[in-house]
Design a protein around this ligand. Structure first.
Ligand code: AMP
Length: 283
């Protein structure tokens, strides 16, 4: 059964009254799809109570990003969660509930030494500060035993792990596999922005990474692979590459030589029209 909470006080009171042996938490921005559902399913299997938050967090969007047009589909989201079965509490606060202090007056922010100075951190200044802010607030409200994050947002997962470890949040981060459409496109709430032609071309992101994987023997360094990818994507006029990088999975550190790398992972971000998509894959 799905139970929806809009207020922090009500959620906290209900959690205190229920005294669940364990709480699995799935933070989302809504517009739920099978990727989110896979996280919720795992949370249900591993915990006495599952809480899914649905909150489009204003502090993680840049001034020219899609905060205003980001899909808000609470009813459909609850319907999708209902199909999973099991007891799920949906926490869907509004911005005033989450941020009683006006955003411009907020004093606290997250400064990260290294992990956010690359990949999406360079293209989306302030994004990871806002993300860590809301995740810390949500952890504090929900007090989960385990929190489930998709590897689709691999850098986000790495940053959250780092925050949890350094701030001693008493919870476990559970990374979950990327869920893809049948043709290989990573599922994303933003896929619904794509025109038919953009949707077709978007497939080149995962396909190109697969090709790099298949040609690993000849693509011996990240720089070599990067220039190969840039050339390959020129066949897709609707794709504007933001970045393609190969970094170590464990700490996102740079790699010189693919042969000596431990767990090299490819990261890609690209614009299709106004839509920015990201994906990643182990090499
Ligand atoms: P979002 O609503 O986009 O902020 O995502 C909420 C959570 O769902 C994050 O932990 C994402 O990494 C995860 N997620 C989004 N898309 C996918 C996907 N295709 N596969 C697995 N997890 C996903």
């Amino acid at each position: 059964m799905i139970q929806v909470f809009h207020s922090i006080a009500e959620l906290r009171a209900a959690r205190a009254a229920a005294q669940p042996a364990s709480v699995g938490f799935v933070p989302t921005m809504g517009a739920l799809h099978e990727g989110h559902a896979s996280l919720a399913r795992r949370a249900i299997a591993e915990n006495a109570l599952t809480i899914v938050s649905i909150f489009v967090n204003p502090t993680q969007f840049g001034p020219n990003e899609d905060y205003n047009r980001y899909p808000r589909t609470l009813e459909a989201d609850c319907a999708l969660l209902e199909t999973i079965g099991g007891d799920i509490w949906v926490f869907a606060p509004n911005a005033a509930e989450m941020y009683p202090t006006p955003l411009a007056a907020m004093q606290l922010s997250f400064s990260v030494r290294e992990l956010d100075k690359k990949l999406c951190g360079l293209s989306r200044p302030g994004h990871f500060n806002g993300m860590l802010q809301v995740v810390a607030i949500l952890f504090n409200i929900v007090q989960p035993t385990r929190a489930y994050f998709g590897e689709k947002d691999y850098q986000q997962c790495a940053l959250v792990r780092c925050m949890v470890s350094e701030l001693h949040f008493p919870l476990e981060i559970v990374p979950c596999d990327i869920v893809r459409e049948a043709d290989g496109l990573a599922m994303s709430s933003r896929n619904r922005y794509l025109s038919a032609e953009e949707r077709t071309q978007a497939l080149a992101l995962s396909r190109t990474m697969q090709l790099v994987r298949e040609n690993r023997v000849v693509l011996d360094t990240p720089a070599h692979a990067q220039s190969w990818v840039k050339t390959a994507l020129q066949a897709y006029p609707q794709i504007v590459l933001d970045y393609f990088e190969i970094l170590e999975s464990s700490n996102l550190s740079p790699i010189e030589d693919l042969d000596t790398a431990k767990e090299p992972r490819m990261f890609i971000a690209a614009y299709l029209g106004k839509t920015r998509l990201i994906d990643n894959m182990l090499l």
